[in-house]
Every structure is written in structure tokens, then in C-alpha cells.
Write a protein that binds this ligand. Structure first.
Ligand code: HEM
Length: 141
């Protein structure tokens, strides 16, 4: 066999191997990108769509009755105060309002029976403005 023919075979072999390696590497990178993106998007959007689609009735509020998922009603408005629970200056007393009507608890710091909670005085204006941040909407009867 002539030296030119041998050189042509070697170069051809190198080109074929190069093309195969490039094709395999390229396709595996694409697969990674395609599987990572949709997972992130659907996880991020799930909690928001839950809250938006919920109907703001007393029955719905009652489903959110624990510290890690705490909705309350104050003067016929529904609030999701979950994020505020760990920040509350009055500690765990705020949990009394989760899943129920917290109007008397918030406005007077007393129970419906008139039992004093903490100072038993109304919350400050600062507390009222903080509450407004968590408004979901008016209570549906
Ligand atoms: C509805 C049930 C709640 C109860 C039973 C409750 C109870 C208390 C208690 C016992 C204190 C300690 C001070 C004191 O005794 O006067 C306090 C302080 C405070 N709470 Fe609440 N709380 C409730 C909900 C909330 C909510 C929803 C917010 C705001 C989003 C809030 C904001 C504050 C603030 C800012 C303070 C510091 C004192 C003030 O500004 O009045 N609380 N709370």
C-alpha cells in the first residue's frame, strides 16, 4: 500500500472518531439542560397558584390552622400571616388566631370571653400596618 493511502486512512479514522465523540458529548449536555429547567419552574409556581385559586370562606380559612400554614380573619378580611408567625413580638399567642376569626384577638388582645392576653390592650398602629401586608382579600360569606 502507498504511504499516501495509509495517511488518508489514518486521517479519516481520526475524523470519524472525533465526530462520534463530539456528537455524544453535545447530546448529553442538551439532555441535562432540558431536564433541569421545567422542574425548577413548576416548583416555583405551585404555592402561588394554590393561594390564588382558593375561595376566601370561613371553611377555607379553617384549613389553615397551624403555625406553618396560618390564615386568619380580622374584620371580615382574610390574611395569610404564616410568614409573620415566627416574627411576632408576642410569641406563640398569635397561634390562637390561626384558622379562625382573630378579630377580637387582634383588636383587643382578649379572647371572645374577655380573657386578657398579654397586656389586653389593642395592637399598635404599627401592628395594624404590618397586618395589611398579608391581606388575601375580603371574606366571602
Ligand atoms: C390575632 C392574634 C394575636 C394575638 C393574641 C397577639 C398577641 C400579642 C401579645 C400578647 C403581644 C405582646 C405585647 C402585649 O401584651 O401588649 C403582641 C405584640 C405584638 N403583636 Fe400581636 N397578637 C396577635 C396577632 C398579631 C398580628 C396578626 C400582628 C401583625 C401582623 C401582630 C403584631 C404585633 C406587634 C407589632 C406587637 C408589638 C406590640 C404592638 O405593636 O402592639 N400581632 N401581640
Amino acid at each position: 500500500m502507498k504511504p499516501g493511502a495509509i495517511a488518508a486512512i489514518v486521517v479519516g479514522f481520526i475524523v470519524v472518531v472525533g465526530v462520534i465523540v463530539f456528537a455524544l458529548t453535545g447530546s448529553s449536555n442538551d439532555d441535562t439542560a432540558n431536564t433541569a429547567q421545567p422542574t425548577t419552574v413548576s416548583t416555583d409556581s405551585a404555592p402561588n397558584s394554590d393561594a390564588v385559586s382558593a375561595t376566601l370562606t370561613s371553611a377555607e380559612v379553617a384549613l389553615h390552622s397551624v403555625g406553618v400554614d396560618c390564615w386568619t380573619i380580622v374584620e371580615n378580611n382574610v390574611y395569610d400571616i404564616t410568614e409573620y408567625v415566627p416574627l411576632h413580638p408576642g410569641g406563640a399567642e398569635i397561634l390562637r388566631a390561626c384558622g379562625t376569626d382573630g378579630t377580637t384577638l387582634f383588636l383587643q388582645r382578649t379572647t371572645a370571653d374577655g380573657e386578657q392576653i398579654g397586656s389586653g390592650t389593642p395592637h399598635s398602629d404599627i401592628a395594624t400596618s404590618q397586618l395589611s401586608v398579608y391581606l388575601l382579600g375580603p371574606l366571602e360569606q
